[in-house]
Design a protein around this ligand. Structure first.
Ligand SMILES: NC(=O)c1ccc[n+]([C@@H]2O[C@H](COP(=O)([O-])OP(=O)(O)OC[C@H]3O[C@@H](n4cnc5c(N)ncnc54)[C@H](OP(=O)(O)O)[C@@H]3O)[C@@H](O)[C@H]2O)c1
Length: 247
């Protein structure tokens, strides 16, 4: 299924996985709105890269957790690029890593409302544009930690597992209206978010993976594009982790 000519909004696309998704979509002929929060220069660099290779792109600032900012962003993208047919929920919602016994409720609650709020408000902000055309595709970036948790990740695992449930619920409800909803669950992927992890930990994860390496942002982007091109797939969660989930 060709994606050429469509318009995509990718949240958190100034860096990491979101930036790679924006560039991969642009390479398929998609006009891309590159959402950023704090990294304005990085977002403009992504847009410049896309334009330099003949694509269409726009940098748009918005806090992906904020309903009013998301609605304003959706309207800006529609006015400048056209109706949004693809939404990639990628913005990284931060959380402290800590043992559950000491985990502060406020941090847990902020992660849950941030992650699920970004999905809820992001989808409702864009949905009218998809419903008007009875066509659309949404991909949420979840995490392998939703199903295979590790120490310190209680908030992240709960939020991402909730996001996967949300994806399946929306797939059911929106399918009859021509809108597909899927998730991509990356394993350890080398981005700024994982740069702080000790090399020993990263190597151990790679060694435990059938493909014997950790992910790159481009690996995840390729899977997002593949799901978007798969017109009969909805409600799915695709692990992108070198096969570590088989253990
Ligand atoms: N890296 C991994 O190993 C891994 C594994 C599984 C899942 N994931 C998921 O993949 C997604 C991307 O992660 P990443 O590793 O690419 O992270 P990253 O390199 O740290 O980049 C984070 C991106 O999210 C944006 N962002 C943060 N808060 C935002 C907000 N409130 N509103 C809008 N944008 C916001 C940042 O924008 P600014 O810089 O402009 O603020 C940046 O573009 C996340 O959902 C993460 O949970 C990552």
């Amino acid at each position: 299924m060709s994606l050429a000519g469509q318009v995509a909004l990718v949240t958190g696309a100034s860096r990491g996985i979101g930036a790679a998704v924006a560039k991969a979509l642009a390479a398929q002929g998609v006009a891309v709105a590159v959402n950023y929060f704090g990294s304005e220069a990085a977002a403009h660099a992504v847009v410049d890269d896309i334009i330099a290779t003949g694509g269409r792109a726009l940098a748009v600032k918005a806090d992906a957790r904020d309903r009013a900012q998301l609605e304003a962003m959706a309207a800006t993208v529609q006015a400048q690029l056209g109706p949004i047919g693809i939404l990639v929920l990628n913005a990284s919602i931060g959380f402290p890593m800590a043992a559950f016994a000491q985990y502060p409720w406020q941090a847990f609650e902020a992660k849950l409302t941030g992650e699920l709020g970004a999905a809820f408000h992001g989808c409702q902000a864009v949905l009218p544009q998809m419903l008007a055309r009875k066509d659309g595709a949404i991909v949420a970036i979840t995490s392998g930690l939703a199903r295979h948790p590790g120490w310190g990740f209680c908030a992240h695992s709960a939020a991402k597992a909730g996001l996967e449930g949300f994806v399946r619920a929306l797939a059911c409800e929106l399918g009859p209206m021509g809108i597909r909803v899927n998730a991509v669950a990356p394993g350890l992927t080398e981005t700024d978010a994982t740069a702080h992890l000790p090399e020993k930990h990263k190597q151990a994860t790679a060694d435990h993976t059938p493909l014997r390496r950790n992910g790159q942002a481009e690996d995840v982007a390729q899977a997002v594009v593949g799901l978007l091109q798969s017109g009969f797939v909805t409600g799915a969660t695709l692990p992108v982790n070198g096969g570590i989930h088989v253990f």
